[in-house]
Design a protein around this ligand. Sequence first.
Ligand code: CA
Length: 351
Amino acid sequence: MSTTTVARSTAYKRIATEEAFATPEMIKLYREVLAKKSIDDIGFNSMWGFYSGSPSERAQSIIEKLQWLDERRIADMDASGIDIHILSLTSPGAHVFDNATGTALARSANDILADAVARHPDRFAGMVAIAPQDPKAAAEEIERGVRKLGFNGVMINSHVHGEDLDDQKYWDIFAAAEALDTPVYIHPNTPSDRMIRPFLESGLDGAIYGFGVEVGLHVLKLMVAGVFDRFPQLKLVIGHMGEALPYWLFRLDYMYKATLNSKRYASWKPNKLLPSDYMKRNVWITCSGMPWGPAITFAQQVLGADRVMYAMDYPYQFQLSEVELCDNIPMSAQDKKKFFQTNAEQVFNLR
Ligand code: CA
């Protein structure tokens, strides 16, 4: 880990768009259900069994920093050259619980986050946490979060008890987000029980690879199911350089057309646009965990400089001098300001 601090830039604000927090209540609940082994979800037990129980410095530091919504977090932001954290409840948030527990946890986390943003309005913004397992309550919480609490997006920690949001029973969530013109950020979860076994066998279920595959698949399922035709104004944000999807665009388009024309799957209804069109109309990506010039330059080239944003992934990938990797990418001054500041201001409707 680098130890060199970085000053804030005078040329642009650095807005970090995928920055995690947890409430003490959520950590306590996680520890209780892990001790009782009452959550039947292999990925949850793998990920949170590690973070909440490991004596390693990494796990202990992350558990502590996740709960900082005060001057201690701001000191880390200052030391790493970050102006604003757009905060979201860490994965899997409220997804793993029953409807009532999940909905109550999301609401209380939102109240705590709204208080923190009110105390530090120049440094924090927030996304609404929801329990998507109860889509109607989730849609109501999105409205409360945006209208009453002043949040700037919705965080969805991907699959919900093994189901993805391509199932129409979840589409009230997209309807609410579209109506409020607020973006939906799909953040990784560990792969569901249906998907996780080969990843887990090799220790690849987490952020190293399983996360990216899980969200990339989720986004493609939304496309195939017609979410972006039903909700053409929906704004979706995904991290980790678009979970590899930008690199796949050519083949996605080619094979989408070939598969559709061959009538191979009766379940496929023709979409209005191609996968690459939706990626350039409905999807924005962030470089969370991937402050890597070649990938960022490539994504700007194929998606457009208006669609690629900065994120650090605090505290999971917190390095003091990390932003310098992005500062030093060859890019016009105008595009760099879009990357660090103005794209996020527009997508998240920051004041
Ligand atoms: Ca993250």
